[in-house]
Design a protein. Sequence first.
Length: 294
Amino acid sequence: MVNNLTKRFGAIRAVDNLSFTVEPGTVTGFLGPNGAGKTTTLRMLLGLVAPTHGSATIGGHRYADLPRPVEVVGAALEASGFHKRRTGLAHLRVLCAAAGLPARRADQALELVGMGPAAGRRVGGYSLGMRQRLALAQALLGDPGVLILDEPANGLDPAGISWLRELLRSLAAAGKTVLVSSHLLSEVEQTVDDVVIIAAGRSVRQGRVAELKAEAHSGVRVRTPHADRLVRALPGVPVRAAGEPGLLMIERVAAADIGRVALAAGVELHELTPVQSDLQDLFLALTNHTAGIR
């Protein structure tokens, strides 16, 4: 889908030699900090921005070459661009007419995203979460096989995020290809199957969510005025400084065993706390050192 994709804006390299593939029947998280190049990549996929180098295709074809793109790919890049005085239903029916779709698809799409009761209300009175749902309904009008969604959870409350998770999982279960961007791994980790993580326009990790979970490790936070003595008493054990004097993070040894070693070595301990890192910790570790403004 994306092959050696690069985009420069003057001296700024917004996307840098990026390659990845999104498989049918899966939800793929396209993740990175704000400014990492996610939206630029999605805009190149949709033919809205021309790449400097490389290619971005959908089903092997550039978006511009698709004869009926609305029936192949649906996209929601931002919840804006709606006529404020039109109702949600009227907005979608105009799009149906332009795309040669039956008007009933507007009603069906609104029902699918839970907006049926608000179909007759003017968009100017919609909340951000309602506009997000309308944008998603717009993406689903042609019943496309591919969905490209940029930060679709923005503006949704916890119930709305749970609803979105269920919808995306059901679409993938029906065989659709779903690519969803986010700057928060914690927001999508229960939804996605695969991840593509970028920072400063470059790929820093790709793979299954299960692989990332295997990397999230446990450790023990130890605070002691005799850090050097404790380290010497634990030869071969991974120990790293934890940001302040006397504070260590020790891996692969249980807290009880560290306590016994410290007692035998006469090392005074002020803290001994088991810590389990999560996927968000790993995400931050992968992206923080390369994050930049794009």
